[in-house]
Design a protein around this ligand. Sequence first.
Ligand SMILES: C[S@@+](CC[C@H](N)C(=O)[O-])C[C@H]1O[C@@H](n2cnc3c(N)ncnc32)[C@H](O)[C@@H]1O
Length: 461
Amino acid sequence: MKRSGLRPGNEVHLHCARLDERGAGVAETGGLEVHVAGALPGEQVAAVLEHVSPHRRGDAIGARAWARLATVIAPSPERVATVCPAYGPCGGCPMQHLHYPAQVRWKGELVRAAFAGQPALAATPIAGCVPSPLTLGYRNQGKYVYGVTRTGRPVLGGYAARSHAVVDLAGCRVVEPAVDEVAGLVRQQLEEDAVAPFDEGTGHGVLRYIVIRANAREQVLVTLVAARRDWEAAPRLAGALRAADRRVVGVVLNVNGAPGNVLYGPEETVLAGRGTLLDQIGDVEVQLASRSFFQVNRSVAALAYQDLRAAAAELGPIDRAVDAYAGAGAIAFGLASLAGEVVAIEENAAAATAAAAAGTQPGRVRFVTGDVAEHLATVGSAELVVLNPPRGGCEPAVLAGVAQLRPRLVAYLSCRPSSLTRDLEALRRLGLVPVAVRPYDMLPHTAHVETLALLAPATRR
Ligand SMILES: C[S@@+](CC[C@H](N)C(=O)[O-])C[C@H]1O[C@@H](n2cnc3c(N)ncnc32)[C@H](O)[C@@H]1O
């Protein structure tokens, strides 16, 4: 390989050819594959090298480098103006500069590329990516770091990339308006009460994070994550928040004294109002605890769950279905009218307890609190298995457990194409093959894509 001679600090002029899986533009120069966040395919840009990897990748392509976008010399026709005040330093929506239809097209390509990477799955039919009905104001939850800016102003923000500097997220346009408005109110109240942000280095201060969750009726649950339980002013502050805005139906104190960036601790008390929130996906009502996982884009989740339910309905009457990684049970409750029993397995006890207590649901859903691999082994048999794991996908023991249930249909809803295709290849070896795949854009302006894969036994196709 020819050495490029390029070093961090060098400015390079690049012609961007494609996007990588994180949405950064990729260009080649002097034997280097350069990744430039913010650059789009077809654009000519000037960029400053920040990191050059010494490692070669195979024979054909040389080393990789990462560069900071300096100037867009010739913009793509698909470049659009960004709308969030914190776009860039926030890092939450790295694709906001790409015209939305192009984002959706690219997400479909990401899923197709992941399937192409598994030769035995390469012929799987993949439908076009379903766009989000809302591209702004779609997120029903905001997670904020409580910090101070350089000028000493307290803010609800997020960490800037590779740093602990807090970027003010006021005016974020991707969260639902109620979330941003209540965030502004919380910020004001914290400033008035002179609440100090927790400093992990010195141990001073008390408040670490704030999570604001809104439901479809614009009711809001606020969770204050503090480093210590002896925050005497917390109940008064919670009462003031409720009094200031009728949308705030509950304020919860979560205590997280552990070092690192894990959001929640194990201990929780309700400071004011309620500790749970009722929400809805399609016509399915769910009860959410502060720490329950819930899809942040209600309308896209409703489309995916509707497709899942339609596929399940084609099976005819079902004796038993399993909803593994059930969260608040939105999928399980949606399947209840199709099956004699739906076993919903969820390890987060708070989420499972709140979900099981949702009194308005059909009674056929049985919540089991614990690990999926462990509890699948006790189910016996199931005609339908739904898998909706976190990003890393399923443990091999879970996939083996699914095959042992001898399902007629497996519906795997995944938020990471690479772990999905890895697990589908393992399931193929266990006799379950993908028959239909559809991506959904659950998170506009991010590089994330959700995918629903339907699998059937190989012999019954
Ligand atoms: C992507 S969420 C899916 C939630 C739900 N299906 C929905 O649509 O809202 C994944 C869920 O799996 C749970 N979980 C993660 N690992 C688990 C495990 N090993 N056993 C049981 N549940 C697990 C998490 O607590 C989380 O609620």
